[in-house]
Design a binder for this molecule. Structure first.
Ligand SMILES: NC(=O)c1ccc[n+]([C@@H]2O[C@H](COP(=O)([O-])OP(=O)(O)OC[C@H]3O[C@@H](n4cnc5c(N)ncnc54)[C@H](O)[C@@H]3O)[C@@H](O)[C@H]2O)c1
Length: 257
């Protein structure tokens, strides 16, 4: 499969390029130059510049669209350019170039305001009193969107654009509401990550299945099999066979205070 990864120089892009090496024929697109040690042929272009990024889609069968400003506190002007305009450009370039499938890096922040409600509010604070793992309703792909930021709004936009391009033009689209992927590949930065962590190998498995399993449009949560997870992974298990192997609980004794 000829696979284009946008945002290929970032944390998730480099993690996936490593995991998929030898499996897929990978090219990249990023606004920054690829580091000297990278083996991924990379188009340097700004995703918000349609003409500049379109040539990178020639001959591509699937796209993993990661390019964006990733911090939740990204100001609106950057969100508008790098997350919203660039994402629309990616779908349109894919349509014009005959790409079959897009895996869109959405985010848990598309539904972040559920964390204002119990029991999620207590779980992200590490207050588990009176709760038992899984004995509460998990947030799934059918809930209304509840973005918690301009960044979260941009991820809702990316999901809605994906549904439009899927239903209107037949593009296959998987939107991944990713939890927390970090460079440490461990959930030790905050107690919230005991619920939200996604390990690098579970990430790679989820993206690979989203690229290869039959689907037309769907939304999956990107989270490991964490004891205290409050996002649903049963839907991803049922639809694409996602079977995460990691659990943040195994790291709790190393949690930074
Ligand atoms: N890391 C996480 O925990 C997490 C969680 C939820 C969602 N996501 C999403 O996954 C994606 C990748 O995240 P990451 O952690 O690897 O972020 P990152 O910041 O490490 O990588 C993003 C990459 O996108 C590139 N980029 C930004 N704007 C661009 C533009 N206009 N044109 C071309 N390239 C551009 C950057 O240069 C960078 O290399 C993002 O869309 C992010 O919102 C990440």
């Amino acid at each position: 499969m000829n696979l284009l990864i946008t945002g290929s120089n970032g944390l998730i892009g480099t993690t996936l390029a490593k995991a998929f090496s030898g499996k897929f024929n990978i090219t990249g697109l990023d606004v920054t130059q690829a580091p000297a040690e990278s083996t991924v042929p990379t188009t340097v272009a700004d995703g918000s510049d349609f003409g500049a990024m379109l040539p990178a889609f020639t001959g591509i069968e699937a796209v993993v669209h990661l390019a964006a400003n990733a911090p939740v506190e990204t100001p609106w002007s950057d969100v508008l350019k790098n997350n919203i305009a660039a994402t629309h450009n990616v779908y349109e370039a894919a349509r014009q170039s005959g790409v079959r499938r897009i895996v869109f890096a959405s985010s848990n922040h598309a539904v972040g305001l559920f964390e204002n409600d119990e029991p999620y509010k207590s779980i992200v604070a590490g207050n588990y009193g009176g709760l038992a793992p899984g004995e509460f309703k998990r947030v799934d792909h059918t809930v209304p969107v509840r973005p918690d930021s301009d960044y979260g709004i941009s991820k809702v936009f990316g999901e809605a654009t994906g549904r439009y391009y899927s239903e209107r033009f037949g593009l296959e689209v998987a939107c991944l509401r990713i939890g927390t992927v970090n460079r440490h590949n461990s959930p030790v930065q905050s107690v919230r990550q005991m619920a939200t962590w996604l390990s690098h190998r579970d990430l790679a498995q989820l993206v690979e299945r989203s690229l290869t399993a039959p689907l037309s449009f769907d939304i999956f949560y990107g989270v490991s099999n964490n004891t205290w997870r409050f996002w649903d992974i049963q839907h991803a298990a049922d639809e694409i066979g996602y079977t995460p192997v990691d659990d943040a609980e195994d790291w709790r004794d190393r949690l930074e205070s």
